[in-house]
Design a protein around this ligand. Structure first.
Ligand code: ATP
Length: 310
């Protein structure tokens, strides 16, 4: 383990009642890095981050967080890790300021600053039960960031947040990176993973399907772009769409045209349209994103699993 390794997981295995839910998982998180765990429901993402935090004991494998073993050294690790877990709850009558006081051991100013930053300052005296879903979510984030943790574990970070709160939370998480804090993010929001993560790890059935930067995963698994427009057959003919570079398939339905090709094909289709003076006003382009990549990966892996079991 080198000194920039914050989390090192090798061959992690965990079963519940004889059913394997984490099946030989490797994972690394370096200092100042935001790593996202994405994938199918029940893939073992939460179980993995719970093992990393010492909340669950793995059946086997090697786990080190800041060089310590979470299964046996959780007490030493606790001050270094901040976590916002799925399905967290607090006593109904606990006020926001009391929660911050209860969870915070550092300078008081930190709590006040975080409440300001996450738009909760006006709710200091409100009881937990009276907070909306989004306000609770932001409070859990404040609690996770108290005490200046070196690793922050965020499970479903922005679930239930309005678009503006969501952007605010993204900027706050992005700022953590600049302070050298590492973040392990479990999310189904793939635009969030794409916006925030240095690397993502795609999981299914307890295994890593692939990992890399969001752009790497898109390049490897979601190559197709789609261009759509309306153009009469007579004007279309001169474009020789099927011969254009990068174009894989041209589908027509009357005057509607759908072109599937790699991402460079978009430019060649555009160029051909401009050159021929046919510029459709309804031209629309779908550029593949991380969601397309994950869907492709999950589809393929489910085919492989079905195929192998047949
Ligand atoms: P999701 O995206 O749906 O939140 P996940 O990838 O986080 O899923 P986990 O919560 O780690 O997946 O769950 C993995 C599997 O383990 C699931 O099938 C779940 O039902 C099962 N599981 C989780 N906790 C327990 C438990 N305490 N006892 C038995 N089974 C469990």
């Amino acid at each position: 383990m080198n000194n920039t390794d914050v989390v090192m997981v090798r061959d992690l295995r965990k079963s519940y009642g004889g059913r394997t839910v984490v099946d030989g998982l490797d994972l690394d998180v370096h200092a100042g890095e935001i790593v996202g765990l994405i994938g199918a429901n029940g893939a073992g993402k939460t179980t993995t981050v719970e093992c990393i935090q010492g909340l669950r004991r793995p059946d086997s494998g090697t786990l080190r967080v800041f060089g310590l073993d979470p299964a046996t050294q959780a007490d030493e690790l606790r001050p270094m890790i901040g976590s916002q877990l799925q399905d967290s709850s607090l006593p109904d009558r606990l006020r926001v300021s009391e929660a911050v006081h209860l969870f915070g051991s550092g300078a008081r100013g930190d709590g006040d600053h975080l409440l300001e930053e996450f738009g909760l300052a006006a709710l200091r005296r409100s009881a937990f039960a009276s907070l909306s879903g989004g306000e609770r979510q932001r409070l859990f984030l404040v609690l996770a960031l108290l005490n200046r943790p070196r690793l922050v574990v965020l499970d479903e970070l922005t679930q239930g947040l309005d678009p503006s709160a969501r952007r605010g939370v993204w900027s706050a998480v992005d700022r953590l990176r600049h302070d050298g804090v590492s973040v392990l993010l479990v999310t189904h929001e793939l635009d969030e993973a794409e916006a925030l993560c240095d690397r993502v790890v795609a999981m299914r059935a307890g295994r890593v399907l692939d990992s890399g930067t969001p752009a790497d995963l898109v390049d490897r698994h979601a190559r197709n772009a789609i261009v759509r427009f309306t153009l009469s057959e007579s004007r279309r003919e001169s474009l020789h769409l099927t011969d254009l570079r990068g174009v894989h398939e041209v589908l027509t339905d009357g005057d509607r045209v759908t072109i599937r090709g790699d991402r460079t094909s978009i430019a060649y289709v555009g160029e051909a349209l401009v050159r021929s003076g046919s510029i459709p006003v309804d031209l629309a382009v779908d550029v593949p994103d991380l969601e397309d990549a994950l869907l492709e990966l999950l589809d393929r892996s489910s085919y492989e699993v079905t195929h192998l079991s047949n």
